[in-house]
Design a protein around this ligand. Structure first.
Ligand SMILES: C[S@@+](CC[C@H](N)C(=O)[O-])C[C@H]1O[C@@H](n2cnc3c(N)ncnc32)[C@H](O)[C@@H]1O
Length: 318
């Protein structure tokens, strides 16, 4: 019997937080891409966000996956090769594995150590499942490792991670997924819906302050991993719904006038100036299906949770 678990590192060597700080802080509106949230501590904090009562998406999506597992399997069939960009803790695929009985599972994530541990735990729990864990930056590529067997593919992209892309970048990412699944492939994707802004606001401003700690962890990373001298205590977490753009925006707000120095660069921040760290776009089913069709993906079926809180889409390659 072959090895049940393999690890592959396809993370681009160009992935430098220091470079991202220089580029992002040189813009008129300062920003850092959200992929830099995820070191080991960031991944653990994200897992803790998922336990916060205000952060409804994981509970709603997991209830949908549990309830729909057999219906989804009836549509996809069994024995596919499943790959999951941004697999994180792999909590969601676990809900589908018995029904979908894949030939192999390829979890992909930028947080390599967290991915390794999650993959090892998965193999312990599902000893029949070959796992090919792959460390990637999915904004660059989605490489399926050579150790994975050939077979019809199913991409799984839960957690509304598609909302972190701008609509243009989301279309490019869906096109990349489309290329990787091929003409007989499928994509099962979870996408957050537009809803009462109060529900959205509470979800990204949990009372326990875990989302705030997750956002501020970026500054701890910058302090620990780059030559920038910065004090995370000089910043506050901010998250709000921007109705014109249909997205939650997350920012780090400078609490005072301050100068960050890095190898001859000087970045001035005024009091109240923000560093934009994440967007989370929300889509109505109509908007999302139009977006998918721009990437050449057609609807097989979609499901909407009670009170329209969240949606799941099964899409097929053309
Ligand atoms: C919002 S979490 C979702 C986790 C999981 N899919 C879920 O639904 O609970 C985003 C996940 O994607 C990973 N991630 C973020 N940006 C990434 C990138 N550019 N390339 C690969 N993984 C990324 C993070 O490490 C994290 O595990």
């Amino acid at each position: 019997m072959g090895k049940r678990i393999t690890f592959h590192d396809h993370k681009p060597k160009t992935l430098s937080l220091q470079q991202a700080v220089i580029e992002g802080f040189s813009k008129e509106r300062k920003s850092i891409p959200p992929k830099f949230f995820y070191d080991e501590r960031g991944s653990a904090l994200f897992a803790a966000i998922c336990d916060q009562p205000e952060y409804y998406p994981p509970d709603v999506e997991q209830a949908m996956l549990t309830r729909l597992a057999q219906e989804i399997a009836d549509l996809t069939g069994t024995g596919r090769v499943i790959f999951e960009p941004g697999a994180g803790s792999t909590a969601k695929i676990r809900l589908l594995l018995e029904a979908l009985r894949p030939l192999a599972y390829v979890p992909m994530d930028i947080s390599c150590e967290f991915l390794k541990q999650a993959a090892a735990d998965l193999v312990d729990e599902f000893p029949w499942l070959p796992v090919h864990a792959t460390c990637v930056d999915f904004t660059h590529s989605l490489p399926i490792p050579e150790t994975a067997p050939p077979g019809r593919r199913l991409a799984f992209f839960p957690g509304s991670s598609i909302g972190n892309f701008s609509p243009q970048a989301a279309c490019e990412f869906l096109t990349l997924v489309h290329q990787q699944i091929g003409p007989d492939g499928l994509l099962l994707i979870g996408v957050d819906t537009k809803k009462d802004p109060d529900i959205l606001h509470a979800a990204y401003n949990d009372a326990a302050g875990v989302t705030a700690a997750f956002n501020l962890n970026l500054l701890h990373r910058i302090r620990n991993e780059t030559d920038v001298e910065c004090n995370p205590e000089n910043f506050d977490h901010q998250a709000f719904y921007n109705p014109e753009q249909g997205r939650i925006e997350m920012h780090l707000v400078s609490r005072c006038r301050q100068t960050l120095r890095l190898n001859g660069y000087r970045f001035e921040l005024a009091e109240g100036e923000t560093v934009h760290t994440e967007n989370s776009y929300k889509y109505t089913p109509q908007e999302f299906l139009a977006q998918a069709s721009r990437a050449g993906l057609r609807e097989v079926r979609h499901w909407v949770a009670e009170q329209d809180l969240f949606a799941l889409y099964l899409l097929a390659g053309a």
